[in-house]
Design a protein around this ligand. Sequence first.
Ligand SMILES: Cc1cc2nc3c(=O)[nH]c(=O)nc-3n(C[C@H](O)[C@H](O)[C@H](O)COP(=O)(O)OP(=O)(O)OC[C@H]3O[C@@H](n4cnc5c(N)ncnc54)[C@H](O)[C@@H]3O)c2cc1C
Length: 284
Amino acid sequence: MTNEPAPVAVQFRLFEAQVVRSLRLGPTMRRITFGGEQLKDLASGGRDQSFSLFLPRPGQSAPVVPAEFGERWYADWRAIDPAERAVMRSYTIRAHRPELAEVDVDFALHGSGEADAGAVGGPASGWAARAVPGDRVCLLGPAVADNRSVGFRPPPGTDWVLLAADETALPAVGAILDWLPAGTRARVWIEVPHPQDVQDLPSAGEVEITWLIRDGRQPLPAAIRAAELPEGSPYAWIAGESGLVKAVRRYLVGELGIDRRLVNFSGYWRRGASEEDLRAEAQS
Ligand SMILES: Cc1cc2nc3c(=O)[nH]c(=O)nc-3n(C[C@H](O)[C@H](O)[C@H](O)COP(=O)(O)OP(=O)(O)OC[C@H]3O[C@@H](n4cnc5c(N)ncnc54)[C@H](O)[C@@H]3O)c2cc1C
């Protein structure tokens, strides 16, 4: 359905933005709408378009980021005093309205105590729970729509699409379903902490969604195992907690024998590890 992204000289840029409004989507999710003139130039590729969000630390009025965002931006950000530098976390563009210079981001509020007893909080989740209009952030986001932070790329000849996600990848699933060409067949499994986290996800595709409530365990891998999958050539996209992603991928590739190149997978978080821990691990 799509080709590989064309090589581009500059795919990403830093955008300054502020909170415009928020909407509680359920016990777990809070949608925050960011606005600001610079967001007119953001060029989201849609689907699972992700970006890095820079947040101020407690007591700061704006995130502390490198003065320039060039090839060495990551080293430059790391060189700033850890007590001062912005908190950096990965999020998904749920919706982009360039004409209004607005971006919606749906945050899973883990550790907020309401729906996920025992879950650990984090700086981004805590920030999102408290955010009010006017709060300042920076987005390291796409400057061109065809960029490498879009992973969902079903090849020509795909007969049907399989999506498997937890609540952190629910925004990406929603945006993928928004994007699906009319008539595309999709089987979708979404695991959320609470029955009231279920959302209406419109699509032009022929979509069948199975919602699963976590209830202390991860029911998603067993639900996919138990399902009768459609005939024809699939393209699978799996994202969420790494243990969940691994289990589903192992089943699809290892047991069902689906070509690994047709299974796009991404651990969005790992139980017991912060995003800094995961980045440090990836660098070592
Ligand atoms: C490409 C990509 C796109 C993403 N898009 C989204 C998105 O649109 N919306 C979204 O909500 N998240 C999204 N995530 C996941 C998000 O980046 C992580 O959940 C991140 O760890 C949250 O940062 P934090 O500061 O709240 O917690 P951290 O400081 O990173 O972690 C602190 C503790 O909380 C735990 N933790 C982290 N996330 C969760 C969770 N959801 N539930 C329970 N425990 C958790 C960690 O294991 C750790 O023990 C995305 C991740 C990636 C890689």
